[in-house]
Design a protein around this ligand. Structure first.
Ligand SMILES: [Mg+2]
Length: 122
């Protein structure tokens, strides 16, 4: 069983590509059109968001504290869908996401703080 504690991104990329090959998605290399993958990623993101639709702040807080395990399981599954497409994009477009995240963290930390002292935009 895979676990975030022990599994590398390269291993996850390989697992997703192996699945694509087994499903005959993207030919012998399991490489699907990255434009299609990016669009599919937004669909999966919408499926993820659907699990938060119309929740009030109290319900979201309860969810964060562990309430509603069925909803949490659906969120986890949709998040996995989003990540699986992301892993495909990483592989197809040769994106080193660790390097990109490090760069982005540097950009965000170099930005001046907003007037409220908190910034939410990336
Ligand atoms: Mg889905």
């Amino acid at each position: 069983m895979l676990s975030d504690k022990y599994t590398t991104l390269d291993e996850l990329k390989k697992a997703v590509i192996d699945m694509c090959i087994k499903k005959h998605w993207g030919g012998e290399t399991g490489t699907q059109n990255p434009q299609h993958v990016a669009m599919a990623m937004t669909v999966e993101m919408s499926e993820l968001l659907e699990n938060f639709q119309w929740l009030d702040a109290h319900e979201v807080d309860a969810l964060v504290q562990g309430a509603d395990p069925e909803r949490r399981a659906r969120i986890a599954e949709e998040f996995a869908d989003v990540m699986m497409y992301g892993l495909q994009l990483m592989r197809t477009l040769d994106i080193d996401v660790s390097r990109e995240i490090e760069k982005k963290i540097g950009i965000v930390l170099d930005r001046p703080a907003s007037r409220k002292g908190r910034e939410t935009h990336t």
